[in-house]
Write a protein that binds this ligand. Sequence first.
Ligand SMILES: [Zn+2]
Ligand SMILES: [Zn+2]
Ligand SMILES: [Zn+2]
Length: 208
Amino acid sequence: MQARGYVERVDKRLVPTETGELVNDLLVKHFADIVDFGFTARMESNLDEVASGNREWVDVIRKFYGPFAEDLERAQKEMPQTKRGPEPIGRACPKCGHDLVIRYGRYGKFISCSDFPTCRHTEPWLEKIGVTCPKDGGEIVMRKTRKGRTFYGCAHYPECDFTSWKRPLPEPCPKCKGLLVVSNKREAQCIACEESFLLDEIQAETVE
Ligand SMILES: [Zn+2]
Ligand SMILES: [Zn+2]
Ligand SMILES: [Zn+2]
């Protein structure tokens, strides 16, 4: 699933990509017998559960897509090619001026030139998380190590060297206004004063 770009793994959560949604729509249209509305609804509620962290994504995929692997394969061959090309990101290729687009590769989402393979310019996909860098106020983005491990860094890298293995939160530390990072499933820790807070409390405060 991930290799084909239907879903992306973000931390341990599974997020359906646009391609995934497109495939789902096409499956519903062309294979109504195997992908009935009950199935779609169940799949969606399961994906919701995964997204909210209540279910392991592996279980969901195994349970729902395992039996349909063959049908999926056939569907891919028989379904009409979609006219929709890769999604442009609204910026021109610095090498040749063509649109830059989003593509899905072995290691997930990345940015490439729409004129590929003539132009081989690529850039890593930097997912913004809505948090600013405590060092210089730059945008914090998700990055991946060569081995595929997710970490968080400043968009101004290499000028700014801020990095964190733990996910930074948009809510400031209630005590010192420093940057909070998720330290475990229930707690966040401030990187400035090192105080820990319950995630529930941190996030409840912003709702009020
Ligand atoms: Zn190019
Ligand atoms: Zn920075
Ligand atoms: Zn603090």
